[in-house]
Write a protein that binds this ligand. Structure first.
Ligand code: F6R
Length: 246
């Protein structure tokens, strides 16, 4: 595993964007696996910046996102499709027909997940997968205890996630209770993986995930078994592992 340290969030985002940008330059019709969440926002901003300067062309790029809430319309501002449109897709020259997010409006979970697995397989495989890291070590919506061999599947959100999300919705009933997510197996099949982390609250889980035992109790720990992982973080998130970098 490679570790890249940024002085701060902006520098860390720039380093992550650099890897993605190099991927697009080397293979203009590449397949990017993308993540939502607060961490990659700066990475997307940096990519948009370079696009605006004329340095990047997304016209042939295909994207496949990690996850989506079940039951949310793409126009709902809490949906991951809405997030991706806002932070990246609407700001660059990507062909929207080449952007993929699990279909949250498909009520039949088996159908939704099979269709998504087919999209991933037909794409020829993910060249570069961008990941954030949950405080409990989750990647995508693969929470602690998730089996390592799963492809796209439907997960029941934990009570605490539902509770935490309820502040974004008019009523508790409208908070999604399930989500579709790529499984760990799908993630591990990506040719290259870039994990972005920032902030002191991620320091302990970064250490556990990348330098602790490989266990389903810390889903991201499986990444230790992948042969092309780059961990990109700011100094705070990497504070407990900086000794390993030297
Ligand atoms: C996002 C996703 C999640 C986040 C994780 C970290 O598509 O699947 O696993 O990457 O929850 O989120 P942030 O970046 O907000 O700390």
């Amino acid at each position: 595993m490679k570790i890249l340290v940024g002085e701060d969030y902006k520098q860390m985002s720039r380093k992550a964007a650099n890897i993605i940008s190099a991927q697009i330059l080397m293979k203009p019709d590449c397949v990017l696996g993308l993540a939502t969440g607060s961490t990659p926002i700066g990475t997307y901003d940096q990519l948009v910046d370079w696009y605006n300067k004329g340095d990047l062309d997304f016209s042939k790029v295909t994207t496949i996102n990690l996850d989506e809430y079940k039951g949310l319309e793409p126009t709902n501002d809490q949906s991951y499709r809405y997030f991706m449109n806002t932070h990246l897709f609407d700001r660059v020259n990507i062909n929207k027909a080449y952007t993929n997010v699990p279909n949250g409006l498909e009520p039949d979970s088996v159908k939704a997940c099979n269709e998504y697995n087919e999209i991933i397989n037909k794409s020829g495989g993910i060249d570069l997968q961008l990941l954030g890291l949950g405080l409990n070590g989750h990647i995508g919506f693969n929470e602690p205890g998730s089996a390592f061999e799963k492809e796209t599947h439907c997960v029941d959100l934990t009570e605490s996630t539902i509770q935490a999300n309820s502040r974004f919705f008019d009523s508790f009933d409208k908070v999604p209770k399930q989500a579709y997510t790529m499984g760990i197996k799908t993630i591990m099949q990506a040719k290259k993986i870039v994990v972005v982390v920032n902030g002191a609250n991620k320091a302990q889980i970064v250490k556990d995930a990348f330098f602790g035992p490989v266990t389903p109790l810390v889903p991201a720990s499986v990444l230790q078994l992948h042969n092309d992982v780059t961990l990109v973080g700011d100094k705070e998130a990497l504070s407990l592992v900086l000794d390993y970098v030297k």
